[in-house]
Every structure is written in structure tokens, then in C-alpha cells.
Design a protein around this ligand. Sequence first.
Ligand code: ADP
Ligand code: MG
Length: 351
Amino acid sequence: MVPFKEMCFTPAEFINLAKIDKSEFARLEGVGLVKTIKRKMGNVDRKMVTLEEVRNYFQCVRAQKFASGAGAVSAGSPIPVTPGMSMESVAVATGFIPESPKHKVQMFYNVKGGTGKSTLTAQFVMRAVMMGLNVLAVDLDGQGHLSVNLDILDAHERPTIYDVLINDLNPAEAIMNVAPGLDLIPANLGLCNIEIPLNSKTRREYRLAEALAKISDRYDLIVADTNPAASILNCSMLVAANQVNIVCATNPLSFHGMSLVMATVEEMAREFRHELAVKIIPNMYDNREVISQEVLGELKSQFADFCTQSVVNRSADMNEATKRRTTVWDVNPRGVAVSDLNSLTEELLFT
Ligand SMILES: Nc1ncnc2c1ncn2[C@@H]1O[C@H](COP(=O)(O)OP(=O)(O)O)[C@@H](O)[C@H]1O
Ligand SMILES: [Mg+2]
């Protein structure tokens, strides 16, 4: 069991992440585009790629792709360019280029609890970090489940978005670093008391958007986990976000609540005259259960324009990852949770 920030990947896992051919790995290593370390596993030294190196690889590939002019990454770029790294060596490696997310500010939402919002938010942000993106996660639920899922256990001692929105704390001071490329504004029980003071603030629904705008330049992606209610805090996030990811468990009650959720989202978008992409993620799908199949069918037919192609299956790995407070990659890199999460992350970021 390894904390996310210390995660390492085997060459086979790296090949899978980068979507490159097996034979390319040695070549990338040869030109210095991927650096490996040796880690002791039992009696043998195994070659591994650290999380930072995985991120570095994707950032290099991305910078090369988007660099204007011939070849080199532009001067002043934060991305270290390895001597000898040529355009051709990168070109062979471009099995997968994580471009900039289509919608930078996203939120996971549902007024119903227990549908998997905090779980998917945590897994999604960690997966985006593995693509080399710089990510800010924002926990907007006083239960602090996103913070816990990201292995932050001392959130009760830290400032939260409460201090930013009510006590005018500079948002930069509420940010903590969790892992390379992953920052968090954590939450604790104090956040449960925000509704009354927030209600009496002027421009209350705009305060969160304005606070996030102040720190937005530092990140490629900002993702919030929300509280299961139609609260002012959630409305504020709907105003701040460009994309809302509604997590719907494939059970009848979760489906029943969807009309209310969609109505709320549409009303907010109309009232605040705001472009908001809407995606519905079917979660905890079990293809052995007729009821699960029925609900998925209903979701796809009633909300055809919004439902994601990716469906997240119910899997013990997802629960185990929650228990271990890390990514499903650490639990079982070849499991169904990993493949579901890979396709979901790409869909939420790039379509
Ligand atoms: N796809 C899944 N398969 C199995 N368990 C899941 C899945 N998604 C979420 N869970 C589990 O469901 C529980 C509730 O999830 P959580 O993310 O806390 O929901 P919410 O934030 O919507 O209240 C957690 O124990 C989590 O591990
Ligand atoms: Mg939650």
C-alpha cells in the first residue's frame, strides 16, 4: 500500500498509460524521455517509473506537440528538456497526448448522497494528475470525504472554503499540496455551517467563482466535490463551473432523483446566463442485475444527450481504493475499475 504521491509504475503500466507500443519503451528510456529508478521488490530490483516522471513525460510530449516553430520547447518553459530529445523521439511516443481539458472548471454533483461523487472525484483528479495536468481539487462537503479519499486526515486543523467565502481569506492560503501536480482546498465539519453566513453576503452566488478565478492561472484543471443538497454553496459552484458531472447510481431511487437534479442545473444555467456542459455518469453498474440494466437503459434513453459513453461498474477495487485512500491503480492496475476510470477521465476531459 503506497500513498498516491509516492506511487511508481512498472514499464508495462507506463506503456498502458502512454498507449505506446511495447518496443518504444526502451527507445524512450534511451533518449531520456522516460527515466526509471530501481526499486527493491522482495529479492529483485525492479525497474519503475515514478509519478513525477510519468507526469514529466506527458508534459514533455504535450509541450512538443503544441510548441510553435521547429522542434524545441519554448524558452522559459517549466518543462525540462532532456539533452538529445528530438522531435522524432517524441513523435514515436505520441500514442496518447493529454491535451488541455475542454472544460477547465468541473464539479461532481447530485443532491442524493451515496451515488459515488466523492469516490469518482478523487479517482478522476488522481488520474488527471497522472496525465501530467496540474490539478486543484476543492472539497465542498463538510463531511470532507474528498479530503479523506486524497489521504488528508488533518483537515479539521486547516482552513477551508468557509474561510475564503466568509472570512475573506486569500484563496491561495487555503490551498495545500497533496502530491506532485495535485493541490487541495480541504473541507471539515465547520463547512456545514456556511449556509447562513453565506446567505447574508452580497453577491453570494458569485463569491466562489471570483475566489477560484484568482488562483485559476496555476492550474490546468479545477475539480470540486459537492455536498448532497441543493445548497447555496453548490449553487455557487454551478456558477463557477463550466462542466457539471452528475453521478447517478444505477438504482431506481437514484434515477428517480435525476429529473430534479437536471431541473436544478438547467434553472441555474438559465438564471445566471451561464454556459454549462452537463454529463451524467452511470455508476455502480452491475450487469448481472436486471434492475441495474433497466436503470442504465432508462438513463440512456431519457438523457441521451448527456449520458457518458463510459459506465463505471460496481467493483470491489473502488471500495478498496476508498479504504486505502489511494488510486485504483494501486489496488489493481489490471482491474475493471482502472479501465472504467481511464475511459471516463478521457471522456470528461476531452469531449
Ligand atoms: N463503482 C463503485 N463500485 C463500488 N463501490 C463504489 C463505487 N463507487 C462508489 N462506491 C462506494 O460507495 C460508497 C459511497 O460513495 P461516495 O463517493 O462517498 O458517495 P457520495 O459522495 O455520492 O455520497 C463508498 O464506500 C464508495 O467506496
Ligand atoms: Mg460525498
